[in-house]
Design a protein around this ligand. Structure first.
Ligand SMILES: CC(C)(COP(=O)(O)OP(=O)(O)OC[C@H]1O[C@@H](n2cnc3c(N)ncnc32)[C@H](O)[C@@H]1OP(=O)(O)O)[C@@H](O)C(=O)NCCC(=O)NCCS
Length: 391
């Protein structure tokens, strides 16, 4: 169909619908949005990256879905793609009134509209349709048969998604600079790197993602919901979530710096103090994107001031190790999302002048809560809102 035969529909046209693209249409979407997101990759490498990320534990067997907004009157493979995005069905927990449920919740990403189609309401319409779709999508095997919540990470501020139900949640981070080995020799008082052990993927699996740890997440959320007015939700920081991030860094490392080998160190821990930190490296096209992200900081809540000191020191030591790793991989800084008060104290040990940054435009953690309609209350607390949950 020649584009001159077709007049573009309005964003609120009843002819528009949200469907799953054909394989060829998916590639067409990737070729269009490569302009926005391929970064240092060429278009073919970008498509390879996306295929690689789609075949991970977290995304395979249909857990990840591509969506396109199209005109229902037109035939697949022969219709303009008006807007596109992806959804990721992930393991999550819901706790209310002291009860805990394993649920599937969705992350939404890669919201895109081709430059020549912009400002006609297509992305907005797509997101509105997606909200309806996610109410039941991939919920067949769950108890409620309904989606309880979904999240996305807005790079266009808080209004566009906020108006469509995805409310902005805390979106802050600390940055710590990368540190060279030379500087490291001078040390930081109160921080003992001798305590720290590196973790490879298997260690993270064993120490941060075991069944015992997953059970502890259930307990923490269940306990928090007892006597609380508000329901609590969170994505599980499981191995599937961690390894999806690592699939990305490993893809980049292989292409950009094959001589360096795989990035094997995936985190650090002070096992005796039950402090564990996992991370991944971002390979951006600009300096500001070259970051080592802390995916998850795991520790047990201290029960006394002495215990707290020990945990704070241990977290500081693992973050210091992260700063060295960042330097080693050419990253300019370490970023820790939504630090808890304990993590804040650890950061202060490393850098007393570090200031928490509240993001206003990029990576705004946004959550759509359907619990009100499901009798779970007006409002919700989002637990473990850290980088591992980003998609
Ligand atoms: C953001 C995007 C999907 C919007 O697509 P669209 O079809 O033009 O969206 P709509 O026509 O439904 O809505 C347009 C509204 O989106 C919002 N918007 C779009 N880009 C924005 C930006 N960079 N910052 C803040 N708001 C923005 C504005 O509210 C805008 O309304 P306005 O035209 O009155 O200012 C499109 O611009 C795009 O693909 N951008 C590049 C990729 C991207 O940033 N995606 C979002 C990732 S979270």
């Amino acid at each position: 169909m020649g584009s001159s035969d077709y007049s573009m529909p309005l964003g609120d046209s009843p002819d528009l619908c949200l469907v799953i693209p054909t394989p060829a249409e998916r590639i067409q979407c990737l070729k269009s949005n490569a302009l926005e997101w391929k970064g240092v990759l060429d278009s073919d490498q970008y498509i390879q990256r996306e295929n690689h990320l789609m075949s991970q534990e977290m995304t395979k067997d249909g857990a990840m879905t591509c969506w396109v907004l199209v005109d229902r009157k037109l035939a697949p493979d022969n219709r303009p793609i008006l807007s596109s995005c992806e959804s990721f069905g992930k393991r999550a927990l819901l706790a209310h009134d002291g009860k805990i449920e394993d649920i599937t919740a969705h992350g939404v990403g890669s919201v895109f509209c081709r430059p020549e189609f912009r400002r006609r309401g297509y992305a907005g319409r797509m997101i509105t349709e997606l909200a309806k779709k996610l109410d039941t999508w991939q919920q067949e095997n769950t108890v409620r048969k309904k989606g309880v919540f979904s999240v996305l990470y807005s790079d266009i501020g808080k209004t566009f998604y906020g108006e469509r139900g995805w409310k902005a949640f805390p979106s802050s981070h600390f940055s710590l600079p990368s540190i060279s080995k030379d500087k490291f020799r001078q040390g930081v008082s109160g921080v003992d790197l001798g305590l720290v052990r590196d973790m490879q993927a298997d260690d993270v699996k064993r120490l941060m993602c075991s069944d015992v740890v997953m059970e502890r997440y259930h307990q923490v959320l269940r306990d928090a919901s007892r006597g609380s007015q508000k329901a609590k939700v969170g994505f599980l920081p499981d191995y599937a979530a961690m390894s999806w991030h690592w699939a990305r860094e490993e893809f980049y490392a292989k292409i950009l710096i094959p001589e360096k080998g795989e990035p094997k160190v995936k985190g650090a821990c002070v096992e005796s103090r039950k402090v564990f930190v996992s991370w991944n490296r971002n390979f951006g096209s600009t300096e500001k994107d070259n970051v080592l992200y802390i995916l998850r900081t795991l520790y047990e809540e201290p029960k006394s001031p002495a215990e707290e000191n020990a945990v704070v020191e241990a977290i500081a030591a693992t973050l210091y190790r992260a700063q060295l790793e960042a330097y080693e991989w050419g990253k300019n800084r370490v970023e820790i999302w939504n630090p808890s008060p304990i993590v804040e104290k650890a950061v202060a040990l490393l850098n007393p002048t570090a200031k928490v940054e509240h993001r206003e435009k990029n990576s705004i953690c946004s959550l759509k809560w359907n619990g009100k309609q499901l009798g779970l209350g007006e409002d919700v607390d989002w637990y473990w809102n850290e980088k591992f949950a980003w998609c």
